[in-house]
Design a protein around this ligand. Structure first.
Ligand SMILES: Cc1cc2nc3c(=O)[nH]c(=O)nc-3n(C[C@H](O)[C@H](O)[C@H](O)COP(=O)(O)OP(=O)(O)OC[C@H]3O[C@@H](n4cnc5c(N)ncnc54)[C@H](O)[C@@H]3O)c2cc1C
Length: 455
């Protein structure tokens, strides 16, 4: 039997990051990473394998990252965990001893029990090279592609299908009123919808899939409204469920969100077993209530906490904020934290500030584009709850600064007066810097409300 200080199960965003973090914090410990696939896809790059990057083989995480960090790799599937004996068993017949175990088994795509969902040419997005290659082949002979779900995965896949095929009909079916509705307020959703429609992508909003049609192979989709649309390929983009089978079998607790239960230090119900990434249960940063968010940025944050805490408590998980970004056409869309709607749902009274400006100064500098920032604060305290950005590509980085402001519970005054670095070729002018001005607008709106109320 081989023995390691640390065994990590899972070789994607969470597993790799937990292993690297462990090596950084505890360089004397030896680490084995076990993953079941020979080649690991960059999960967030999957939509781009259909178009921009030219195939799944061009979207892989290199093993070099493990070699560089002196992490041993075993390609095999962990089939059983013996928590008492501190061992795991693999399908390949190995028994491996551990002092600490990190579970990072990720998630599997959700396929809802819709009539006909077993028909040929209906795909869910699996993180599997040969499966995605098969989907690419089927797409190449398709004339009608239907995508179910108009969240980030759905819209990115739709654009990449368009990039692959100029002539194919592409339709996205979404049961909510707007695309990306769970992440953005309406005005941002409408802008995203205009971009997608401008690319010839048909959006069937407020429509629920009732059944997939066809004998054996899918030929169409019937909607609850009674409408039917043609489809010779269906791609499901409606989310993922935590992969917990192995943990359940080992007797570890499962949380209310159906992920592996972990405490704020990323320890499971067995103190020698840690878990991180899509396979774990999550709580919201804002109210500590269960959260269904599953993102690579969350997986790696949790992995950095788990890896650092393996042999001593060093970090605490504050809960998930939820930070998203994407590019539709030439427009970046990014969001962090709560939207107006989700803040109200959580019971907050809110104040909103917005600012839009060109991202260079003067505006005739090369690369000048408009960028809009919207910030949502708690009324009264003016603590930042959320932000949304659209326009220039730099919005994809600005949203990370907004996330840091949320994490640090910064107020509108903190944001209005913090020192920004600006440059004509790189940013908006210091006078019209969007983030700062959106905070100023919220302060102004808040004073207006107070004076109207005579406070
Ligand atoms: C199409 C798509 C686009 C996305 N885009 C974004 C994005 O832009 N930004 C973002 O933040 N998030 C994005 N996500 C979400 C992101 O991919 C996930 O949050 C992330 O992959 C989670 O990482 P993970 O390591 O927890 O799990 P996974 O990526 O699911 O990896 C799990 C790993 O565990 C291995 N494994 C499982 N069971 C075993 C076993 N028994 N033995 C050995 N190995 C095992 C698997 O083989 C795999 O290596 C996207 C997801 C999809 C599907």
């Amino acid at each position: 039997m081989r023995e390691f200080d640390v065994v990590v199960v899972g070789g994607s965003a969470a597993g790799i990051t937990a292993a690297i973090t462990c090596r950084r914090h505890y360089p004397e410990k030896n680490v084995l990473l076990v993953r079941k696939e020979e080649q690991v896809l960059i999960p967030c790059g999957i939509p781009y394998t259909f178009g921009t990057v030219g195939g799944p083989e061009n979207n892989l995480i290199p093993n070099a990252v493990l070699v560089k960090n002196k992490i041993e790799l075993l390609v095999d599937e962990v089939a059983d965990i013996d928590c008492q004996g501190h061992t795991v068993e693999t399908s390949g017949g190995e028994t491996i001893g551990y002092q600490r175990l990190v579970l990072a088994m990720g998630s599997v795509p959700i396929v809802p029990p819709i009539a006909g969902s077993g028909k040929k040419n209906i795909f869910a997005i699996r993180k599997d090279v040969s499966y995605l290659n098969r989907l690419c082949q089927v797409m190449d002979t398709a004339s009608d592609i239907a995508i179910v779900g108009c969240g980030f995965i759905g819209v990115e896949i739709a654009e990449e299908c368009r990039r692959r095929h100029k002539d194919v009909n592409i339709r996205i079916v979404e049961m909510l009123r707007h695309c990306l509705q769970l992440v953005y307020d309406e005005e941002f959703c409408v802008r995203a919808e205009e971009t997608l429609r401008g690319e010839g992508i048909d959006l069937l909003l407020d429509e629920k899939v009732e059944a997939f049609l066809g004998d054996g192979t899918v030929t169409g989709v019937r909607l609850a409204s009674g409408n039917e649309v043609k489809a010779d390929v269906v791609i499901m983009g409606i989310g993922a469920a935590a992969n917990t089978e192995l943990a359940k079998k080992a007797g570890l607790e499962i949380g209310p969100g159906r992920g592996i239960e972990v405490n704020r230090y990323m320890q499971t119900s067995d103190s020698s077993v840690f878990a991180c990434g899509d396979c774990t249960d999550k709580v919201s940063f804002f109210d500590g209530k269960p959260s269904g968010l599953k993102l690579a940025s969350i997986a790696t944050m949790e992995a950095r906490i788990a890896g650092a805490n393996l042999f001593g408590t060093r970090r605490v998980n504050m809960g998930v904020i939820g930070v998203y970004s994407t590019l539709l056409g030439d427009t970046a869309f990014a969001a962090a934290g709560l939207t107006e709607a989700s803040a109200r749902e959580k019971g907050y009274r809110i104040v909103v500030g917005e600012a839009e400006a060109v991202n260079r100064h003067p505006g005739c500098m090369p690369g000048a584009e408009m960028m809009k920032v919207k910030l949502i604060f708690e009324a009264g305290s003016l603590v930042l709850l959320g932000g949304q950005v659209s326009g220039a590509r730099s919005g994809g980085e600005l949203i990370n600064a907004i996330s840091a402001c949320i994490h640090q519970r910064m107020t509108a005054d903190d944001i209005a007066t913090f020192q920004t670095g600006t440059h004509p070729a790189l940013t908006a002018s210091p006078i019209s810097y969007q983030l700062v001005n959106a905070a100023e607008m919220a302060i102004a709106a808040s004073s207006e409300v107070s004076s109207r109320r005579g406070i």
